[in-house]
Design a protein around this ligand. Sequence first.
Ligand code: ATP
Length: 244
Amino acid sequence: MPLLEVRDLSVRFGEIEALHGVSFTIDEGAVVTLLGSNGAGKSTTLRAISGLVAPRAGSILFDGRAIAGLSPRAIVKLGVAHVPEGRRVFPGLTVRENIMLGASNGNASSAAIRREADAMFDVFPDIRHFADALGWTLSGGQQQMVAVARGLMAKPRLLLLDEPSLGLAPVIVQAVFQIIAEIHKRGTTVLLVEQNAHMALKVANWGYVLESGGLALGGDPETLWSDERIRDAYLGGGQAKATR
Ligand code: ATP
């Protein structure tokens, strides 16, 4: 049984049909990337899975359990954490406090949550030094690491990452993808939305391509990458070729 199964998912915003009849699965332990051009429906897919938007039709099964229509809070508790696009680090809180906000166990003591937040610095050594620094003092890449660390505080079985490399310098993008590989190694399943198809297909076991709210294709990274028509149409064409 897949860890996540999305069946015939449709989402509308007024007249806009953001997703129509989207179906795909994610196996436990995989890194799956969701690619597609601007407005294809990638973020909406993540938001539907984490309960931030209600599907008009279709079902979402997490570990065999129907989660569509549950509250975002209930879905986090079941083991799905969402790191949205744009980092959203609180500027007036310290790095440690920002990370602590991700704890989903309401019964844990603040000392225990603090210990867990500090343990995150083993995964994110680059920000350990900034534990007591305020959020606004961090670079974009450091903020992205704080956002991912906050998501991991919920100890998710499935981590949804929306454009973690957006707006970051190439060397920082490398660091962010290394962290995704490390998260994978530690056994967390990842669904990664990316514009950077080149990097995403390097870290992923499987990829899906969304086009105008529908699933255009799915395959292993080699298959997606080796098809020239697919590459030109969906994966950034010449630019992607030049960097491979
Ligand atoms: P991007 O890379 O630009 O974020 P995306 O593939 O993530 O693109 P979505 O953000 O999921 O695309 O948007 C899919 C479609 O739904 C777009 O036409 C978008 O304008 C529309 N849309 C998304 N959110 C809303 C909303 N809250 N209200 C109205 N329309 C929306």
